[in-house]
Design a protein around this ligand. Structure first.
Ligand SMILES: [Zn+2]
Length: 214
């Protein structure tokens, strides 16, 4: 972690775990919707029962609105992941606001709901980004399993083990259903969900997890 990243983390209100004794986790996917991989993630949660959260970019929703609607219709949560996937910490206030507003508007036009949670691309956030997100009504969501690095395709076993190692009640777990070949993520998340289910966990959306009593 660079010094700048460390400072960002230190001042960040990004939520990676919500204090609760309930055996519940929020499994989340970034960078979709993706017509090939998003439906495979939905299959996992239909087969094993539970709900997930999909942090979509405006660009991907504009390309694949039917996939976005499928996510909504099958009971999952759609969150805001900006329109163009920039490093928000490098943008001025107006540009940050535009990224969030434009995407929120498109989500509402496409699936008819107001997104309530937001994940910054690259988890790059600072006080300005978080203030704007809060003003627009978003909770800023991180993830506990950054070491899984599923976007780098480190192998399904690595993604699974690095996620299991840090999963605990109230965790937000971060994966990707877009941006490249996500077949390792599909395999790892299927195994993760089966394993955690056997341990008594349930799979809830980000907003549901945030609403759980501690
Ligand atoms: Zn992303």
């Amino acid at each position: 972690m660079s010094e700048a990243e460390a400072q960002t983390r230190a001042i960040s209100d990004m939520i990676s775990i919500h204090g609760t004794s309930a055996k519940a986790v929020a499994i989340t996917f970034d960078d979709g919707p993706n017509p090939e991989f998003t439906p495979q993630m939905l299959d996992i949660f239909r087969e094993e029962e539970g709900r997930a959260t999909f942090y979509m970019t405006g660009e991907q929703i504009a390309r694949y609105p039917d996939t976005a609607r499928l996510v909504q219709e099958t009971g999952h949560e759609i969150g805001n992941h900006t329109y163009t996937h920039p490093h928000l910490t490098e943008l001025d206030e107006e540009a940050v606001r535009a990224e969030l507003v434009r995407t929120g508007d498109l989500i509402r036009e496409t699936v008819g709901v107001q997104a309530a949670t937001f994940r910054p691309p690259y988890l790059a956030t600072d006080a300005q980004v978080e203030r704007i997100a809060r003003e627009l009504g978003y909770a800023v969501i991180g993830g506990v399993n950054g070491a899984a690095r599923d976007w780098e395709m480190p192998g399904a076993d690595h993604i699974l083990e690095a996620s299991l190692a840090v999963a605990e009640p109230g965790s937000f777990l971060l994966f990707h259903d877009g941006y490249g070949d996500r077949s390792q993520t599909v395999e790892a998340v299927r195994a993760l969900v089966r394993t955690l289910k056997k341990e008594g966990y349930v799979f809830v959306t980000a907003s549901e997890l945030l609403a759980m009593e501690s």
